[in-house]
Design a protein around this ligand. Structure first.
Ligand SMILES: *Cc1c(COP(=O)(O)O)cnc(C)c1O
Length: 387
């Protein structure tokens, strides 16, 4: 062969007798077949041979299996972002005329997405509190397809009554979909409480190092997975091999990181609750929080995000953001470093003061996504910013 041909046809290394110690990155867009019938078969089902990157990929599949296994599911479906997973599931299951019930306090992107479903896709929605199974029962009608919940909400850390809500859903024949991003399968496994589908933004704790954007859906029922998988390959919100590899690498330290996120958060939340500049601390791990008792039953830790209200209102919130040194003013959460955010001027800026207060967010509310630094260094930073 001529060099022009040889540079493009690179032989694969033979690995039959060697097993890698970590999951290799299969950085390939597709796979080569000997037999068109085998290739055709692989294109029609998710459990056949690997065929094309948008369908799945061995590195991506390793991540899907790992997270699905942790959640106790039958199958996982990795996507290019958390919103990609949410959209894949909602668009894959709902059609015009359908109705869904969602909890009132939702992640901002999800709330915007549901507004879009209502405005442009002829879907209707009823909002209920995350812990009122009777309100869910009253909201369900013949065209209701699913209930949408979040294990721990942002930024007030309300805990959803998963057993109560999922029991009503299953009794009435609708699906329960739960965003488990804030809890991770280390703190709560919604499928064990009756959920049908679990969603993750792997951008957060599962990858854990603020270096990727990704998402994942886990299904209890293989048939439901197959249905959504067929839609997923049409939608094309698929995950990348390298991103999946970084997520797998992060996942290996999830248990160690979650322990530290939770203990650091308890350290900061307890001290802030006693500080004179702070009027309230919102973390389900504090006995004063409305979700404390429920959280003790459902969670094996209360998570690494909390918020608190500053007596000085909006001006104090903005000043605090400018004064932290170790913590960063930054979006997102779940990484090894601590991030602060002022919801009233950033993530929730489109809400009016009334809408803010309905979701429990004040003008002086500060959200902290606590990292894994030494707790005393974090407390020293918060104290100097407060003063
Ligand atoms: C971040 C987040 C999402 C969206 O995930 P992206 O990866 O940013 O698309 C959805 N739900 C929750 C609870 C989140 O924190």
């Amino acid at each position: 062969m001529n060099p022009e041909t040889r540079v493009v046809h690179i032989p694969l290394p033979a690995v039959e007798d060697s097993r890698p110690m970590s999951v290799p990155i299969y950085q390939t867009s597709g796979f080569i077949f000997d037999d068109p019938a085998v290739m055709g078969d692989a294109m029609g089902r998710p459990d056949g041979a690997f065929v094309y990157g948008r369908y799945t990929n061995p590195t991506v599949r390793a991540l899907e299996s790992a997270v699905s296994g942790l959640e106790g599911g039958a199958h996982g479906l990795a996507t290019g972002s958390g919103m990609g997973a949410i959209n894949t599931v909602l668009l894959g299951l709902l059609k015009p005329g359908d109705h869904l019930v969602a909890q009132r306090s939702l992640y901002g992107g999800t709330a915007a997405m549901i507004n879009d479903l209502v405005d442009r896709f002829g879907i209707t929605v009823t909002y209920v509190p995350e812990n009122e199974p009777d309100a869910l029962r009253a909201a369900v009608r013949t065209e209701t397809r699913l209930v949408y919940l979040e294990t721990i909400s942002n930024p007030m850390t309300l805990v959803a009554d998963l057993p109560g809500m999922c029991a009503v859903a299953s009794e009435l024949g609708i699906l329960s979909v739960v965003d488990n991003t804030f809890a991770t399968p280390l703190l709560c496994r919604p499928l064990e409480h009756g959920a049908d589908i679990v969603l993750h933004s792997t951008t957060k704790y599962l990858s854990g190092h603020t270096d990727i954007v990704g998402g994942l859906a886990v299904f209890a029922d293989p048939a439901l997975y197959q249905k959504v998988w067929h839609f997923a390959i049409e939608l094309g919100a698929s995950a990348e091999p390298f991103t999946s590899w970084l997520t797998l690498r992060g996942l290996q330290t999830l248990a160690l990181r979650m322990e530290r996120h939770c203990s650091n958060t308890e350290y900061l939340a307890t001290r802030l609750a006693a500080h004179p500049a702070v009027t309230a601390v919102h973390w389900a791990g504090l006995p004063s929080h409305p979700s404390y008792e429920l959280g003790r039953k459902l969670l094996s830790g209360f998570g690494g995000v909390f918020s608190f209200d500053l007596a000085g209102g909006r001006a104090a919130g903005e000043r605090f953001m400018g004064a932290v040194r170790l913590a960063h003013l930054a979006p997102s959460l779940g990484g090894v470093t601590t991030h602060v955010l002022h919801p009233a001027t950033t993530s929730h800026r489109s809400l009016s003061v009334e809408e803010l207060s309905r979701s429990g967010i004040g003008e002086g509310t500060v959200r902290i996504a606590v990292g894994i630094e030494h707790p005393e260094d974090l407390w020293a930073d918060v104290l100097q910013a407060l003063s």
